[in-house]
Write a protein that binds this ligand. Structure first.
Ligand code: FAD
Length: 300
């Protein structure tokens, strides 16, 4: 299992394979499970349908590791268009710092986030590989200070040893934090490798966040963790307005709907666009069983 995870994460970083795998017809079918269309118009059909069910949406325009300045500009312009379309709703956008220039410099990325926050009211900053964490948190702190009236969230990864200290350091900002397990290939000295220990750390950080910050985005599909969390919330009388369950498009939608029906805030992270390769490979790495779906379509 661990080996498969590493294999798919290795592939996710091999850009040379992107064209080959992207053009493979059985893959495309599985991609449609995780990606809500190629264009904003297509994605908005999904957003409207989810909103009509009472599910809030975090819209992600797929793209990362962009170093070409004109492509960074194009990404920012696309996000400005998305924010225009989402205006007046409680939906948000998720932005990867490397899609808006973090590989050029943290100042370029910060400036681009400023442009987005001048237009939108709710922005979530995804967390990428560990080498970006310092700069991402630097950007987050700056934005929280400059835009105190806006909702700004940042993702924190439970597999990183540093995350416990990071959440403690962020607490004074009264942050909104999306807690995830972590989706990248990280070395042993940086990230916990044993899945059970990652799960334990997730629970530990989650309990801390629920008690100490204004709003937590509980981004996991792990039912055992969700059950433990709901028990904790009941014991500690934590109001439901202080957290939201957030699932990825294409994964356990029925569980999310059940949580919503029980009265909890529910959100879905909905990616769209053509640059789906690394995102898709990370989804395969989380659940290699998904690969059988490709093979079934190929030979079935
Ligand atoms: C809303 C949201 C935002 C995220 N943002 C980030 C981010 O900014 N940075 C980052 O590093 N990671 C991010 N992630 C990914 C995260 O780090 C995990 O890799 C991913 O969520 C799988 O972990 P899990 O918590 O669902 O637990 P797991 O233990 O991996 O999975 C629990 C159960 O969920 C189901 N499941 C999980 N993944 C899949 C899948 N791919 N296909 C089918 N079923 C699946 C399975 O039934 C599995 O048993 C995000 C995840 C979510 C839900």
């Amino acid at each position: 299992m661990q080996l498969m995870r590493e294999f798919f994460l290795y592939l996710s970083e091999r850009r040379g394979l992107e064209n080959f795998i992207s053009g493979f017809p059985p893959t495309r079918k599985l991609v449609e499970r995780f990606v809500a269309g190629r264009t904003l118009d297509e994605a908005m059909q999904v957003v409207k349908a989810l909103n009509s069910e009472g599910i809030r949406v975090t819209l992600d325009r797929l793209g990362e590791s962009v170093v070409d300045k004109s492509l960074v500009e194009e990404t920012v312009n696309e996000y400005l268009k998305v924010l225009d379309v989402l205006k007046g709703t409680d939906n948000s956008v998720a932005v990867k710092p490397t899609s808006v220039g973090l590989d050029i410099s943290r100042e370029v990325a910060l400036d681009n986030f400023r442009k987005l926050l001048q237009k939108g009211d709710f922005i979530e900053i995804d967390m990428e590989a560990s080498r970006y964490v310092d700069d991402t948190l630097w950007i987050y702190r700056k934005l929280k200070e400059e835009f105190p009236e806006k909702k700004i969230a940042v993702a924190i990864q439970a597999y990183l040893y540093r995350s416990e200290q990071d959440v403690r350091n962020l607490t004074d900002l009264k942050p909104c934090i999306r807690l995830v397990k972590g989706a990248y290939k990280e070395p042993k000295d940086v990230a916990i490798q044993d899945k059970r220990k990652v799960d334990e750390n997730y629970v530990k950080l989650l309990f801390y966040l629920l008690e100490n910050i204004p709003y937590t985005l509980v981004a996991t599909h792990d039912e055992k963790i969700i059950d433990r969390m709901l028990e904790f919330v009941r014991q500690k009388n934590i109001p439901t307005e202080r957290f939201e369950f957030q699932f990825l498009y294409g994964i356990k939608g029925n569980l999310l709907r059940k949580l919503k029906d029980e009265g909890y805030n529910a959100g879905m992270y909905v990616p769209y666009g053509t640059h789906w390769y690394p995102y898709f490979m990370r989804r395969l790495a989380e659940r290699p069983a998904n690969v059988w779906f490709v093979f079934k379509n190929l030979f079935g």
